[in-house]
Design a protein around this ligand. Structure first.
Ligand code: 9WN
Length: 407
């Protein structure tokens, strides 16, 4: 695997734009929030200085409110839509007005455990704490973390949002030109109706001046999401460990952990018996068994019924973990978050399973992911049935997880 290790390192350095890494050339020409956390973990395998730098650049764009934006538009590139002119957050560097899954504290812990740079950790710590405090203040519903836009979960067109998205009025969005379908086959991307609604929700936020309280109270889309809830729960556990390293009081973080543990249980869909997304506006579950459901172990929550679901799903696909139940009515093996396998999510699921002692499933998921990469290269996502590559190539986070696993 030496050759693939070298290729993975070359992808990270090739996508490095000087202090930040683009997810892939062309399709995604900016710094994305959770992609950067994975890039940082990947860099930590061979360049700890560069790993810290990735997180430092991310947090340099943090808002005064504590929010860390989902995209930082370091150098304007017409190849991506919607760009800074659409978001209008009036910041320098320009950013979007929404956030993304908070993987950064988990990444910081991993980097610290490799090179023990206490000064750099101490500088990042209050910023990470402020971001988690922002989630606690603005984004909890009964203790579960809510997203105000599908792009926040990073699982843009998951069937999880179909019900909530159906209620979004997009009649006023007007004409626009997408750029993503110029880079990638349209059959692998969200559809026009999805983009109409993404823009409509964006315009609502923009019209409030990106006011988090107003968005939470009246935004057209507000969904309690298992991926954000589990990822923040895990991030708080890691942040509490880092507080201990730095001799900081972790009381506030422990309070968030208890609140999120309770919140996670409000996502339990008793009919389907799995963790599910819950539309806060209507109180209804999505009835979507997705890859997010299997992040419970990553958050430190073991669950017998979830393990049964996982075994069953792994028995029905050649390559796990599909982003949506292969027997669900909306399954599509190639369309983005509606079926394909995502290496980064597999990394998180396998990490949690291994820590919980479910080694058989963790090994299977890691082996499937490696097999997909060996067969196709470092693509953005993959077909779980036939193993075909999909989306962008030479993808930063796919290379990053390969390097983390390579140790
Ligand atoms: C919108 C960069 C990002 C990932 C997301 C993934 C995709 C963007 C898009 O690409 O989303 O944020 O334009 O499709 O869904 O998880 O962070 O890799």
């Amino acid at each position: 695997m030496r050759e693939l290790d070298d290729r993975a390192r070359a992808i990270l350095t090739g996508n490095d734009r000087g202090g930040y890494t683009v997810p892939t050339r062309g399709l995604y020409p900016y710094q994305w929030n959770w992609d950067s956390a994975f890039a940082a973990m990947g860099f930590s395998a061979f360049d700890p200085d560069r790993a810290w730098r990735e997180l430092e650049t991310l947090f340099a764009a943090q808002w005064e409110t504590g929010m860390v934006p989902h995209i930082i538009f370091h150098e304007v590139d017409p190849g991506y839509f919607p760009g800074p002119d659409v978001w209008q957050t009036h910041r320098q560097p320009p950013t979007t007005g929404i956030t993304q899954p908070p993987v950064a504290a988990t990444a910081a812990r991993r980097i610290y455990e490799r090179d023990h740079d206490r000064a750099r950790l101490a500088a990042l710590y209050p910023k990470m704490l402020a971001w988690h405090r922002w989630f606690a203040a603005h984004r909890l519903d009964r203790g579960a973390v809510c997203i105000a836009h599908p792009w926040e979960a990073g699982r843009d067109n998951a069937p999880d949002w179909d019900g909530a998205m159906a209620g979004v009025d997009s009649s006023g969005v007007g004409e626009y030109t997408r750029r993503d379908t110029a880079h990638v086959d349209a059959a692998m991307r969200p559809q026009k109706i999805d983009y109409d609604r993404y823009l409509s929700i964006l315009y609502f936020g923009r019209d409030t001046g990106w006011d988090a309280a107003e968005i939470a109270a009246n935004g057209p889309f507000f969904v309690a999401d298992p991926s954000m809830t589990f990822i923040l729960l895990r991030a708080n556990r890691d942040l509490a460990v880092l507080a201990g390293v730095l001799g900081e009081d972790s009381g506030e973080i422990e309070g968030w952990i208890a609140e999120l543990e309770a919140g996670a249980e409000t996502l339990w869909n008793a009919d389907g018996e799995y963790y599910d997304s819950r539309d806060v506006r209507t109180g209804t579950f999505a009835n979507s068994l997705s890859c997010a459901s299997y992040l419970c172990w990553y958050a430190g929550i073991d669950n017998r019924r979830m393990l049964e679901h996982l075994r069953s799903v792994l028995g029905r696909v050649r390559y796990g973990v599909p982003s949506y139940d292969p027997e669900g009515p909306e399954f599509n093996a190639l369309r983005y978050w509606r079926g394909p396998v995502w290496g980064v999510v597999n990394f998180l699921i396998a990490d949690g399973l291994a820590a919980a002692g479910h080694e058989v499933q963790a090994d299977r998921i890691r082996a499937d992911t490696r097999a997909l990469i060996e067969r196709n290269g470092f693509f953005e996502y993959f077909d779980p049935l036939e193993g075909r590559p999909a989306g962008g190539d030479n993808f930063t986070w796919t290379a990053a997880i390969w390097l983390i696993w390579a140790g």
